[in-house]
Design a protein around this ligand. Structure first.
Ligand SMILES: [Zn+2]
Length: 198
């Protein structure tokens, strides 16, 4: 069994990297504003944990809008981060690399609390799993943390703070802005786990 993890470098996927120790971690630069920070974080975590790290660049910046993109959110968009939703695309890109690497199981860091995004639900992950079974054959898609919120995941994974401290959750910049939804979630989770935001 060869496994891969879609590693954005945020605290959720970093926790899963420690918890599940995939053979390969894949970070995708799809033209998102925080990409340099995400790649730096993901590379540091993989280096610390001895996980092979692969970085793919597939720039779809011209197609996205929202906090993570250079284009402001379009009115009526159901997601402030990136719209139209990107996880279907990112999983497809990662699956192409997984196929080349002989990976049987690909993991994505969707949480229970991501369910307000249509591409972060258990139903979405199950549908993608079925689609890959039709398309790539032996490649299963799983969201091992889909039953947890961020705090439950950190606690379950037992990820050490010196690893988690590398994580980059900011939606808008290479270095944490401290104000966006990603940064606020990061601080709230750290505070809940540690009793301190840092
Ligand atoms: Zn931020």
């Amino acid at each position: 069994m060869k496994t891969a993890l879609l590693l954005s470098g945020g605290m959720d996927s970093v926790s899963i990297a420690y918890w599940k120790m995939p053979n390969i971690a894949i970070t995708i630069d799809y033209g998102q504003r925080p990409a340099p920070g995400e790649i730096r974080a993901a590379s540091a975590v993989c280096s610390s944990l001895g996980i092979e790290h692969q970085i793919l660049t597939v720039d779809i910046a011209a197609l996205g809008s929202g906090d993570l993109s250079d284009q402001p959110p379009v009115s009526g968009a159901p997601a402030s981060e990136w719209w139209p939703y990107r996880n279907q695309f990112l999983l497809t890109v990662a699956a192409m690399r997984c196929h080349a690497e002989g990976v049987n199981r690909m993991m994505i860091g969707a949480l229970k609390s991501d369910g307000f995004h249509a591409d972060g639900t258990r139903v979405f992950v199950d549908a993608m799993n079925e689609l890959f079974a039709l398309q790539e054959g032996e490649l299963a898609v799983e969201a091992p943390a889909i039953g947890f919120d961020a705090v439950e995941l950190v606690r379950t994974s037992k990820v050490p703070m010196d690893i988690l401290a590398w994580s980059h959750s900011c939606h808008v910049a290479e270095f944490a802005c401290g104000f966006c939804r990603g940064c606020r979630k990061h601080y709230d989770t750290m505070e809940a786990v540690n009793g301190s935001a840092y």
